[in-house]
Design a protein around this ligand. Structure first.
Ligand code: ZN
Length: 299
């Protein structure tokens, strides 16, 4: 008896990759909740399969201020995928597969310093990875479902965020009279639980600014694909080490996010409209692959 299951799986994966509708393209990606696109007209839902598996959800592609934008619900619709189980590789690959080259990543974070209270918008310029179980690279030298084998590469990641995207996001916030915090360090924890007080005090004592659960490996995977990535971090609570109450609750996070989602969307959309055209990008992200033989074709 011949075991054909592996071959069939590879064939199915290759077919699924090829099935991406070539007519639906986008230049800018937004990884965030349905609150960001649910009211847009003429949104096309596109299912994309990748050599790294399935993304969190379909892409929702539409037009915004004359730009083609693909929205991807990071946790899937209905918030069904916890941070540590998000297929970050598939999410970024899927965006690139429809043409996206610049990604905005709005997210909810906890403030680690007393001055970064709920409602603060912070555009970080550094990150610290404290995650534990996540695939952090496309280039791990293993055979992909489509039969290709990526080489091992080591990306430069000293500056994890796109400087152009950061400047655009900051200007967009100021344009809406929402003075943002320019720079700071996001520490990304594994979750899904929130930090203990000891962990939180330690994070704060390092001088780090905010804590989140999804900012990594999103940023590094974008860099590996030569995509620009910008985090727009909305503080929904003071983290356990910076407050004196009962600690962070999910209800509180949702409440504050709900209060700010409208203006965050306004700033996000202004930023999307102001991003450079794909061919005009002149940032370090574009040069990520210089000197490397990736071993695989990027979509
Ligand atoms: Zn860039």
């Amino acid at each position: 008896m011949v075991d054909t299951s592996a071959a069939q799986a590879a064939e199915a994966a290759a077919e699924a990759v090829a099935a991406t509708d070539p007519a639906v393209t986008a230049e800018i990606g937004v990884i965030g909740g349905s609150g960001f696109y649910s009211f847009l007209d003429d949104v096309t839902e596109v299912t994309v399969r990748t050599p790294y598996g399935a993304p969190s959800d379909s892409l929702f592609v539409g037009e915004l201020a004359g730009r083609r934008v693909a929205f991807l619900p990071r946790h899937g619709r209905g918030h069904s995928v916890p941070p540590h189980r998000i297929n970050y590789r598939a999410n970024l690959w899927a965006l690139r597969a429809v043409g996206v080259r610049q990604v905005m990543g709005p997210c909810a974070v906890g403030g680690l310093q007393a001055e970064y209270g709920p409602g603060t918008l912070l555009v970080p310029d550094q990150l610290v990875d404290r995650t534990k179980s996540r695939a952090q690279t496309f280039f791990d030298g293993e055979v992909l479902a489509d039969g290709n084998v990526p080489n091992v590469v080591h990306m430069t990641f000293a500056d994890p965020y796109c400087p152009t995207g950061r400047a655009v996001a900051l200007a967009a916030a100021r344009g809406r009279d929402w003075e943002p915090v320019d720079g700071g360090t996001m520490v990304v924890i594994e979750g899904p639980r929130f930090s203990t007080r000891a962990e939180s005090r330690w994070h704060a004592a390092q001088g780090w600014s905010v804590v989140g659960m999804t900012g990594h490996p999103e940023a590094v995977l974008a860099r590996e694909l030569g995509l620009c990535y910008t985090s727009m971090s909305l503080v929904t609570d003071l983290d356990a080490g910076a407050e004196t109450g009962e600690g962070v609750s999910h209800e509180e996070v949702l409440r504050v996010f709900g209060q700010n989602v409208d203006r965050l969307r306004e700033v996000l959309f202004d930023a999307v409209a102001a991003l450079p055209k794909t061919e005009d990008r002149a940032c370090l992200c574009v040069r990520a692959h210089e000197g490397w033989d990736l071993g695989i074709e990027l979509p």
